[in-house]
Design a protein around this ligand. Structure first.
Ligand code: PNS
Length: 162
């Protein structure tokens, strides 16, 4: 049984994340989408809200027979992956600029848990500039984010602002 962890902040979930989930699902039997609970950050959505959003949107993604689980975690991704019985950590690469940071994380995670491999997937070109941070910024300043985040996420962002 091949189990993977896809860790992230997911604040909020974007269509880029969904693209990575769709692309990685044929590679694994089970995937845990793991939302980081980072008390140092001031997220737009609470961890509970982020998990709820992912659970709500997941049925719209083609994930075939891969079982999808949504969970949250605190502390190290490598610890969470080991405790979950995962053999892989999935991360998306959008552009070369992501590579250096992702490489450092992958090497550190491998040092911490040598039996867990990081699997990088290339995001679709149409999402190469999409990040949660950029989506929040553009949305807060009144720009259009339709097509880049799920509609339900946009609706929740609207109600947060009002
Ligand atoms: O969606 P993000 O914000 O790019 O995700 C980054 C994340 C959550 C994968 C990374 O910050 C992380 O793994 N944090 C948990 C703490 C940890 O394990 N730090 C060491 C990484 S080598």
């Amino acid at each position: 049984m091949k189990r993977a962890v896809f860790p992230g902040s997911f604040d909020p979930l974007t269509n880029g994340h969904l693209d990575i989930i769709r692309r990685s699902s044929p590679l694994f039997d089970e995937m845990i989408i793991a939302v980081l609970n980072n008390p140092d950050k001031h997220p737009m959505f609470s961890v509970e809200e982020r998990c709820e959003i992912i659970r709500e949107v997941l049925p719209t993604v083609e994930t075939g027979s891969c079982k999808m689980i949504v969970d949250s975690f605190s502390g190290l991704t490598a610890d969470f992956a080991r405790k979950s019985g995962a053999t892989a950590i999935v991360r998306g690469i959008r552009a070369v600029s992501d590579y250096e940071y992702e490489l450092r994380m992958a090497l550190m995670n491998r040092r911490l848990e040598p039996q867990i491999e990081t699997v990088f997937l290339m995001a679709g070109e149409e999402y190469s500039y999409v990040s949660s941070t950029l989506m929040k910024q553009v949305f807060e300043l009144g720009g259009r984010v339709a097509g880049l985040i799920p509609e339900s996420v946009e609706a929740r962002m609207r109600s947060k602002m009002s």
